[in-house]
Design a protein around this ligand. Structure first.
Ligand SMILES: NC(=O)c1ccc[n+]([C@@H]2O[C@H](COP(=O)([O-])OP(=O)(O)OC[C@H]3O[C@@H](n4cnc5c(N)ncnc54)[C@H](O)[C@@H]3O)[C@@H](O)[C@H]2O)c1
Length: 241
């Protein structure tokens, strides 16, 4: 028998699955045989073989509707990847209340909105795996990212607490903390700053979205990670150990 992650026919929802890390997760899960639903924003041509739903994670009612649509079209949800995240960077004296609220509402309240309608169903079925995408910034801090780092540190605290509550229902919750990964999120960073960051990374390169995706697939797997919950897995080339 060929070894498998056991994700075949599992129903998995990925938020922000149209590009970057989220798209890499969607593609890998499809290759691994999962039934994948994902959310996206704005104009976009959804991928064949998936349930793609236009939705804003900051909108609670929207995310309740997403959970209902995924269940109706694919069946009960086995795994969720809370992947959506944004940056609105500035040094703290220049950071506006709007920058603060946008990042908190998307990165932290968005996780709440995504999981709130799904977790009770997982508890009832005594099965499920949740993966929240946090960041190296949430663990070590980063210049210009007081808002983003706070939201990502908050996501770690949320995930660890959920893992403690969910364990008795056989539901697992873990976080993945990517370092600097080659996606649109790196675009606003100047070449000079990028070179400075690269010099701090022992593996001497930025990560690839696929390298995060494999870690997420591992944590979703009811076979490979069944005794792992409440952890933060770093995918950062030893940038922070
Ligand atoms: N790229 C990196 O270096 C890096 C490092 C650490 C952590 N992360 C985290 O990984 C996750 C994915 O990042 P990425 O680099 O792929 O980013 P990205 O900007 O390429 O993709 C973000 C996704 O979120 C969606 N999105 C944004 N706001 C939304 C909203 N309000 N509602 C619904 N969808 C929304 C976008 O449409 C997009 O699909 C984020 O949580 C990010 O914080 C990224």
């Amino acid at each position: 028998m060929i070894a498998s992650l056991g994700l075949e026919s599992q129903v998995i929802l990925v938020t922000g699955g149209n590009r970057g890390i989220g798209a890499a997760i969607v593609n890998l899960l499809l290759e691994l045989g999962a039934k994948v639903a994902y959310t996206y924003r704005h104009d976009y041509t959804p991928q064949m073989g998936t349930v793609a739903i236009s939705a804003d994670v900051t909108d609670e009612a929207n995310m309740i509707a997403v959970a209902a649509q995924v269940e109706a079209e694919l069946g009960p949800i086995d795994g969720v990847v809370a992947n959506v995240g944004i940056t609105q960077d500035n040094f703290f004296p220049k950071l506006t209340s709007a920058d603060w609220d946008a990042v908190m509402n998307t990165n932290l309240k968005g996780v709440y909105n995504t999981l709130k309608p799904i977790i009770p169903q997982m508890y009832a079925r005594r099965s499920g795996s949740v993966v929240c995408i946090t960041s190296i910034s949430g663990e070590k801090g980063n210049l210009g990212q007081t808002n983003y780092a706070a939201s990502k540190a908050g996501t770690i605290g949320f995930t660890k607490s959920l893992a403690l509550e969910a364990a008795r229902y056989n539901v697992r919750a873990n976080a993945v903390a990517p370092g600097f990964i080659e996606t649109d999120m790196l675009k606003p960073i100047s070449e000079k700053v990028k070179q400075k960051i690269l010099a701090e990374i022992p593996l001497s390169r930025f990560g690839k979205p696929e390298e995060v995706a494999w870690t997420v697939a591992f944590l979703l797997s009811p076979v490979a990670s069944s005794y792992i919950t409440g952890t933060v897995v770093r995918v950062n080339g030893a940038h922070h150990t």
